[in-house]
Design a protein around this ligand. Sequence first.
Ligand SMILES: [Zn+2]
Length: 637
Amino acid sequence: MQLLFIHSDYIEYEAKSKTRVAEEIEPARRKERIEEALVAFIAVESEDEKNVRYIVEKAVEEANSIFEQVNAERIVLYPYAHLSSELASPETSVEILRGLEADLLSRGVEVTRAPFGWYKSFTLRCKGHPLSELSRKITVLEGAEAKETVMEKQSKALEAEEKAVSHFFFTDEHGNLVGADDFEFEEKHENLKKFFVYESEKRREVDKIPPHVELMKRLEIADYEPASDPGNLRFYPKGKLIKSLLEDYVRNSVAAYGAVEVETPIMYSAVHPSLKDYLERFPARQYSMLGKGGKPDLFLRFAACFGQFLMSKEMSISYKNLPLKIFELAPSFRKEKRGELVGLRRLRKFTMPDMHTLCRDMDEALVEFEKQYEFCMRILADIGFSPKNYEVALRFTREFYDDGANKELIERLVGIAGKPVLIEMWDQRFFYFVLKFEFNFVDALGKASALSTVQIDVENADRYGITYTDADGARKSPIILHCSPSGAIERCIYALLEKAYLDMEEGVMPMLPLWLSPTQLRLIPVAERHLEYLEEILPELNGIMRVDVDDRDETVSKKIRDSGREWIPYVAVVGDKEVEKQTLSVTIRAESSKKKRKVEEMNVSALKERIEADLRDEPFRSLPLSYKLSERAKFVG
Ligand SMILES: [Zn+2]
């Protein structure tokens, strides 16, 4: 293999036309511009075919060491036949390039692979420092054996996934599929378009800081923790309150839906037979704890699936118990790539509401799937997202769709969403599920993140040996649904903040839903002498809403400004007039605009009734800080 490495300010390329041996690529991959990259121009040679594994391993070592030396931010793999006159076959070349890509990815390196077999135009600016241009030749040594690495197993899994061809469609209002190229996006489908672009590019890296990052800090919700691993955040009292309320809400809702709650361990043995397979498939995303000899000993769970499956395996389950729903509010861990971590969107530690439903057969699973689809919509509505705030994706295999009854199910699901949805259809099944949906939030930067999701799993009951006794006495494997009704709790907070920012851009006053606002009512005395009146009315309001008093030594206008910066839904100013008339002048944020505040004068019981009505049945927790602002320490700034 011949390699030429160039450390560049940027490289820009465009695949213009195919050669005979061109690989198929998505349109989004045709044209790219990549900044701050180590570009590796690569010619795979015929003698590399003798030991593909060895070549991949050596080339990765070489690339990685230069990558670290020059301190580049990412690597671009650029097939470049002109470096050699003795080229390998196109199949081997692509195999090796894919192997390089997978191996580097598994080391957490951000990689872009330029398409193979295309005539490409490119522009590149070389940095020009002493190490910015290096060439290497890698040859197969006689008798050299590549180490059997975990990485390689992963690359096989990745390869299998790449080979599985998927097709994107959209649905029209009748639920018919329209090819992605033929679909006409109307203005109101702007977000669906962004979602599709995000999906087809499959680039999860962060290129800009999303607006919620500033908000999560300023509102004293959460912040980075420099002493921990990236993606493990700290939550301040207000953030902890919001998180707890969301957790309470999801927990109560799944209980009402009929699930039973359990708790399973956070860490698992890396050599347990049921888990080993999985671990080897996705080693790069695991938080592993190394034991003797540097081999992974334990790993932290990425969701509650393992724990609940291991539990289910040992249970005695009758068909009469089905569908059986098991729920856990699971702290979960995924070692996401560093370049993908930002704010609350993608974390390495998060809380995943995770429900598994054991169903008697596919018929029952499909009925349950449809129910959970609607259940998830209700959950998101209560959290603060209407269907216009998220995009629906339905993904399934062709075989699934070709079954007439299933086609009707898909049409019904589209009807329930009430708008076009993105369809991904796989030619063959390569995941453990046959059908899945997600509700995806698209943020201010056009990045999409899944909130709710349900999958129909046809594989894991067998893998884990989970069975139930059917009416005829026979032991059978259930079909399992995986459901996260809301998606990660932290991600809900991210989406609420981004949504508030998007509202703000449209001139709407940003705020959190009332039930999640840390302070729901703020009382502002005009002077110290009005405090007494406030103390008198507090007992009537406490326990029903979170109310605080701005008793700081500040001007009234500053206090009003601060309450606005905190997005407080109800703010009541109390002066002589109010004390005399026993009323409150209440600013109602939800009905105010930037230009005009909506102020209503009402007595305490009218205000109480109004807020109680707005709060409906969502969970309630007390104020997480002292009710007097003068007594509070600042957590940020
Ligand atoms: Zn699961």
